[in-house]
Design a protein around this ligand. Structure first.
Ligand SMILES: Cc1cc2nc3c(=O)[nH]c(=O)nc-3n(C[C@H](O)[C@H](O)[C@H](O)COP(=O)(O)O)c2cc1C
Length: 465
């Protein structure tokens, strides 16, 4: 069989993920493989039509496609995403139709699920036969059990492709029909003279719905709001994945393009950040994604602490399948920011969008003045446990700056360090060996015991003035 491998790592042949595919090539030498370094070569693929055509021709020739990619900010790398956008923009999607697809990633397993869900949805949009995912931690290949499971995964994939096995899609096609948003006259009712509000966009087409949404939002405020169109900024390339930033948060591109300067002087000094973008396939634009990837020079530390962050989105947000919503929420939680929420132009009429935007603006301002921070969910709690363990362990040398920060800010909150709790657990465990006591605890003590300290707080609570 002919297999096309689309490599999503900016490191090209030096990709960790690609080693998993190389392993499979050795295991199954009977197939013919063609690999394209998509993320690394995106500029050529985008600007030289022959390069793009070569990839599309290979896909057309092949029986199956392996999407091999590293995790980048809860999704794929911005340049890989750009390739996906090109496939749709250049109407080349038909060559993928009915071909079998599998996704293989490496990561530290921080939101690897959202990246695979996204790629699954893209495969469904391309009408491929999506067979499943293999998500590995970077060094899993050293483990013989992983080697065995990876081999089985590939065997299953090749068998499905050879026998033309069918798979049910999980995502319905997106209906992209948009209605024109014509805003009313905005009333500048919010005095923002003391605060800095910015709008950050992956690209603003004049007079588009997004442009109108941004203008109506800005019209709610008495003072000017800075609008940054990332497509026009001096951002030369996506994140190179070099991890140069790990030691002391210095990006290797600092001084070579404008990214770090914009991040430090414009974005980090803002009180409210509004991300305004259009839906491209199942996510926002690759320009926005590239911006997000490059913010990795801050490594695994929040760099927008306590800011208010909200989203103005043009396009079928509610049809994107939940992945986008989860990654936006996860990003806000990771930043320990106030999440203002999302307003889209999917409303039945323009007046409704106007009302949503003006309430959104008021909410943003209220959150800022009150210093409201959105509560953590599993997304941050679980995610930070992954970071905590990895920075303390295998990533500590490369990510020295994170280690210093985590130590200083109490992020190393390992439960085994809580000596009092450990002693209590040991003592209680011994006491529970006594049957009569155990019976009493489990029938009479546990439930009221859980509530008692909380009840005490509730009983002493006074009305909020
Ligand atoms: C900018 C950047 C962002 C990353 N984002 C994530 C992430 O969101 N989740 C995760 O688990 N790993 C993340 N990683 C880790 C990489 O996915 C991991 O190192 C991967 O194995 C690299 O594979 P490659 O060598 O094939 O590029 C990120 C790494 C970089 C440099």
């Amino acid at each position: 069989m002919k297999i096309t491998i689309l490599n999503g790592s900016p490191k090209g042949d030096l990709s960790v993920t690609l080693q998993y595919v190389e392993f499979l090539k050795k295991k199954f030498p009977q197939n013919r493989y063609t690999t394209f370094n998509i993320a690394q070569k995106i500029k050529r693929i985008e600007t030289e039509p022959a390069e793009f055509k070569k990839i599309i021709a290979a896909v057309k020739e092949s029986d199956a496609v392996i999407w091999s990619f590293p995790l980048y900010y809860m999704l794929v790398h911005g340049s890989y995403k750009r390739f996906i956008e090109l496939v749709f923009e250049r109407k080349a999607g038909s060559v993928f139709k009915n071909r079998h697809a599998a996704t293989i990633s490496t990561s530290i397993k921080f939101f690897d699920n959202t990246a695979h869900d996204y790629m699954h949805a893209i495969c469904d949009d391309l009408q491929m036969q999506y067979t499943g995912y293999f998500s590995a931690s970077m060094n899993d290949l050293k483990n013989s059990d992983t080697q065995k499971q990876l081999t089985l995964f590939a065997k299953k994939f090749f068998k499905a492709a050879a026998s033309k096995e069918r798979f049910s899609p999980s995502y319905s096609p997106i209906n992209c029909k948009k209605q024109k948003y014509s805003p009313g006259k905005a009333k500048p009712v919010i005095n923002n003279s003391l605060y800095k509000i910015i709008v950050l966009s992956g690209g603003i087409k004049p007079k588009s719905n997004l442009d109108n949404m941004i203008n109506f939002f800005c019209g709610q405020f008495t003072d000017d709001i800075q609008i940054i169109d990332l497509a026009k900024e001096d951002i030369k390339n996506g994140c190179l994945g070099c991890c140069h930033c790990g030691y002391d948060n210095t990006c290797i591109m600092e001084g070579r393009d404008g990214y770090v300067d914009i991040y430090k002087t414009v974005i980090q000094t803002a009180d409210i950040i509004i991300v305004a973008d259009e839906i491209h396939d199942r996510y926002l634009s690759s320009t926005w994604k590239t911006f997000l990837d490059r913010s990795f020079f801050n490594t695994h530390k929040p760099s927008l602490l306590n800011k208010q962050i909200g989203f103005l989105i043009s396009g079928p947000f509610s049809q994107t399948g939940g992945t986008l919503q989860t990654t936006l929420q996860g990003w806000c939680e990771f930043q320990k920011a106030g999440n203002i929420g999302v307003v889209t132009d999917e409303q039945s009429n323009s007046k409704r969008t106007d009302n949503l935007i003006s309430d959104f603006a008021k909410r943003a301002f209220w959150g800022l003045e009150q210093r409201y921070i959105t509560t953590d969910t599993f997304l941050r709690v679980g995610g930070f446990k992954v970071f905590r363990d990895d920075i303390y362990g295998s990533l500590r040398t490369v990510f020295n700056a994170d280690h210093i920060y985590y130590k200083k800010n109490g992020y190393y909150d390992f439960p085994q360090k809580k000596i009092g709790l450990r002693m209590l657990n040991t003592g209680l465990k011994l006491l529970l060996r006594i049957p009569a006591l155990r019976k009493r605890v489990f029938t009479q003590e546990i439930i009221p015991g859980m509530v008692a300290p909380l009840k005490k707080i509730v009983n002493n609570t006074k009305a909020d003035s």
